[in-house]
Design a protein around this ligand. Structure first.
Ligand SMILES: Cc1ncc(COP(=O)(O)O)c(C=O)c1O
Length: 396
């Protein structure tokens, strides 16, 4: 039930250095990230792994996660924004960084200065990149990946426009067409026939390019679900996000199909206040949670401003204290929530409270929250606010 001593050291240091006084924090197990990437790398070899660390590494901290993923065998990193790539470069990371959507024209300067690999799917985007390259004269042609929309219809060139766009890219001495990729819409539902359909469209696009002598080095399509559950989608590289963080991309697929993934993130706090409250009293705003019996009520200093959704209480959300489950009692407020520990509970001020993660034999996962809230684990981890300090345990 104890945290590793190393994490306690980090906690003490973080508190001292950051002047961090509130006992509430996100713990990120970087060894788990490293192990998850090593597991995925082994599964998909010889395909490479592009670790997707956008949105601040799904709330885990992009730079730290990127370093752990590279140590686990990832060769590339994926981000949504040029600004996110910039953050990685500022931290001294030299691995190739793929920007997964076409950057707006104003971002092309940063793309080149930071040696990022942009995605392209419009002639305008290609022209904006060429103009920026003409001004900045990079030492080597800018590698680009062309994205084809095979059915998700979010971003990507239409399949019948790809040859034209590829030819335009090849004519530009400033550009190097390094990759061709697509994104899967329903790979998290392993039996859905739309995934093989998307892969057929993707492969037909590859053939159409090959017929014109165009053969990009890196073909990729797989997100986490593709990498885990659709071997055909692995091609030359896979782009897992959620799986790096140890979460399966679907709550309904378990066991051997999820393999050795280990959740990296936990959300922890300490009991900040305790009181005995008589039976019949209501708790929190609205007083809708009524105590059936006299109970110990613990206050925990995290709230919806930290990314603990208000609705979690109404939907049966729980926390762990002393290895036992207790209900969140009454509405989660902006900075604090309350826990009904029942009568005669052995709970003290300063006890560790686990909102997400493991304590003893019990575990609350991001998917537990997501299922209660009618959302997905992605939204849970991305929603943990920057106000919560991140504490990292290291990797080898
Ligand atoms: C283009 C692209 N590739 C890969 C990923 C990673 O997806 P996942 O987290 O499901 O593995 C994402 C995430 O949304 C994405 O947009």
């Amino acid at each position: 039930m104890r945290r590793p001593a190393e994490v306690d050291d980090h906690l003490a240091t973080a508190k001292r250095v950051a002047g961090w006084l509130r006992p509430a924090w996100v713990e990120v197990d970087l060894a788990a990230v490293q192990a998850n990437v090593a597991y995925i790398s082994g599964l998909v070899a010889p395909a490479r792994v592009c670790a997707v660390v956008k949105a601040d590494g799904y709330g885990h901290g992009a730079v730290r996660v990127a370093l752990a993923a590279l140590a686990g065998g990832a060769t590339h990193l994926g981000v949504a924004l040029a600004e996110e790539g910039h953050e990685l470069r500022q931290a001294g990371i030299e691995a190739p960084v793929l920007v997964l959507s076409e950057p707006p024209p104003e971002a092309m300067r940063l793309v080149i200065e930071d040696r990022l690999t942009p995605t392209l799917y419009t002639q305008e985007g290609a022209q904006a990149l060429v103009s920026a390259a003409g001004r900045l004269a990079p030492a080597a042609p800018v590698p680009v990946h062309l994205k084809v929309d095979t059915g998700m219809h979010r971003v990507g060139a239409r399949p019948h426009d790809v040859v034209e766009l590829a030819k335009a890219i090849l004519q530009e001495p400033w550009l190097h067409l390094e990759g061709l990729f697509t994104h899967l819409a329903v790979a998290d539902e392993p039996d859905d026939p739309f995934t093989p359909h998307q892969l057929e469209v993707f492969e037909a696009t590859r053939e159409a390019l090959a017929a014109h002598g165009i053969r990009p080095d890196l073909l990729h399509a797989a997100n986490s679900a593709g990498a885990l559950w659709h071997p055909r989608s692995r091609y030359d590289m896979v782009r897992p996000g959620l799986a790096l963080y140890g979460l399966a991309p679907s709550p309904w697929v378990e066991g051997s199909l999820v393999g050795g993934l280990r959740p990296a993130l936990s959300l922890r706090a300490e009991v900040s206040y305790l009181k005995e409250v008589p039976a019949g009293e209501g708790l929190s705003y609205g007083l809708r949670y009524r105590l059936r019996q006299a109970s110990t009520v613990a206050t925990v200093p995290v709230g919806y401003a930290d990314g603990v959704p208000r609705r979690l209480a109404e939907t049966g959300g729980q926390v762990l204290i002393g290895g036992k489950r207790y209900p969140i009692a009454g509405s989660v407020t902006m900075d604090q929530l309350m826990v009904d520990c029942g009568p005669g509970a052995d709970v003290r001020k300063g006890d560790e409270v686990v909102l997400l993660g493991r304590q003893g034999d019990e575990e609350i996962t991001a998917w537990d929250w997501a299922n209660r809230l009618g959302t997905i684990a992605y939204e849970v981890t991305c929603g943990l606010s920057p106000r919560l300090p991140r504490v990292y345990s290291s990797y080898s």
